[in-house]
Design a protein. Structure first.
Length: 163
């Protein structure tokens, strides 16, 4: 197989997933599509499918390719990791409000809240971020890192609005 044919075979697999690919991979496909009639047609068609949700729905009857399954799994895991974070944050907040008492100095109670964040949320965020890193989910990794830092630094300030 020549280099062109090899890229062509890969393009056949990857064009249906074009929207989920990273920019360098998209560039490779676009470059190949400039020289390859078949892939240019496929690329145009796959872009059209992505535009309308109705057309995309018609595509659901097609068997899901293994690679597409992998991407779906990645998306599911990302949502799941966010869900775990939400649950833990919810439990920390719940615990804080359950023990909250106007009789105890506020400073002391927020000290407790910060301690809960450090004990429970920081290690959780660390492991989940590590997991996201190993999934090679670059974009999501940086987004969640920023969200985690915001939560760790500003969660107690946010809670202050409610008491
Ligand atoms: Zn091609």
């Amino acid at each position: 197989m020549t280099g062109f044919e090899e890229v062509h075979v890969l393009c056949q697999e990857l064009i249906p997933l074009y929207d989920d690919l990273d920019v360098p991979a998209k560039r490779v496909i676009e470059k190949h599509a400039e020289e390859c009639e078949v892939c240019r047609t496929n690329l145009t068609a796959s872009k059209k499918i992505e535009i309308g949700p109705r057309e995309a729905g018609e595509n659901d009857s097609l068997p899901v390719q293994p690679f597409k399954k992998l991407i779906l799994l990645k998306k599911f895991l990302t949502l799941f990791l966010f869900f775990i974070r939400t649950v833990v944050i919810g439990l920390i907040a719940f615990d804080f409000f359950r023990h909250f008492s106007p009789a105890v100095p506020y400073g002391l109670q927020f000290e407790g809240l910060r301690a809960s964040l450090v004990i429970f949320y920081v290690p959780l965020a660390f492991f989940l971020l590590l997991f996201t890193w190993f999934m090679k989910n670059g974009k999501i990794f940086w987004i969640t890192l920023i969200i985690d830092l915001l939560v760790i630094y500003f969660f107690d300030d946010a809670v202050r609005f409610f008491v």
